[in-house]
Design a protein around this ligand. Structure first.
Ligand SMILES: O=C(O)CCC(=O)C(=O)O
Ligand SMILES: [Fe+2]
Length: 259
């Protein structure tokens, strides 16, 4: 498939400087950029069918973690916000399982798409992960599965909704809750989100939507999926430096293997 068969250029000319600039402003203002119908329906259907077929390769796991995705700190109580546990349960297939001729690979590798992302995100260049698992992932969430509140380690995330669930499974977030680079954890702000005291923004994306968000300082979660239709979502992961692999502990946690 050519890039034109994957991206709907009639709505989203990713090569246009004006369009890129508008997207950059939206991401900056809202903490997230959603482009509904970004992917052409035939390409979505192609990826959906393949992902359905490859689902048996997925590593499903449920785990407890804190919002910072770090080990507990014994200087704080176990029920302190620093250590409070939430649950994540989902499955995922890794880059090595994604077929060579998948539209996802064409999009991921495309120079036009990377240039678009660079401008929108304010990055100089973007590189794939150095390990064989982490660049393109397909996530599956079935009835009752969810992603607990957390901050990402990476500064931005790029996702494509492939199949939305019947109900539930909304992406919820609150932007600028912490300042990771300044080492500011904002326990009070985080506790207010965990306790439901802070209003959250909700995105219920339909299949074909591209979403960019800054998950390093925006706390976010995926609400439990309801109904029989599996939520399928692709994460396109890049680094701003070449040669970076996802840490071994993160690979074991998310994929259950190193390569
Ligand atoms: O599934 C989503 O929409 C977001 C996934 C996410 O937050 C993550 O993989 O860290
Ligand atoms: Fe995340």
């Amino acid at each position: 498939m050519k890039l034109q068969d994957i991206v709907d250029f009639s709505q989203f000319d990713i090569t246009s400087r004006d369009f890129q600039e508008n997207c950059r402003k939206t991401l900056e203002k809202d903490g997230a950029l959603v482009l509904p119908g970004f992917m052409q329906p035939a390409a979505v259907e192609d990826v959906r069918t393949r992902s359905e077929q490859d689902k048996h390769h997925a590593y499903f796991c449920a785990q407890e973690h804190n919002v910072y995705l770090t080990p507990s700190d014994p200087d704080f109580a176990e029920d302190h916000t620093r250590n409070r546990k939430v649950i994540s349960s989902k499955g995922c297939i890794t880059d090595d399982i994604v077929p060579e001729d998948s539209p996802l690979r064409t999009l991921y590798d495309s120079k036009e798409f990377r240039t678009f992302l660079c401008t929108v995100l304010g990055e100089k260049s973007l590189f794939p992960y150095a390990d064989p698992l982490s660049s393109i992932n397909v996530h599956y969430a079935e009835t009752g599965q969810e992603l607990g509140w957390h901050f990402d380690n990476s500064s931005f995330a790029t996702t494509l909704m492939i199949q939305e669930p019947d109900a539930g499974g909304a992406f919820e977030y609150v932007e600028n809750v912490r300042d990771a680079d300044a080492g500011e954890m904002n326990f009070e702000g985080v506790a207010n989100v965990l306790d439901g005291k802070t209003p959250v923004k909700k995105l219920a994306m339909k299949a074909g939507a591209l979403v960019l968000f800054r998950g390093r300082n925006a706390i976010h979660r995926v609400a439990p999926v309801e109904g029989d239709r599996t939520r399928m979502l692709v994460v396109l992961a890049y680094n701003s430096e070449p040669g970076i692999a996802l840490s071994e502990s993160a690979r074991m946690t998310f994929y259950g293997r190193l390569n």
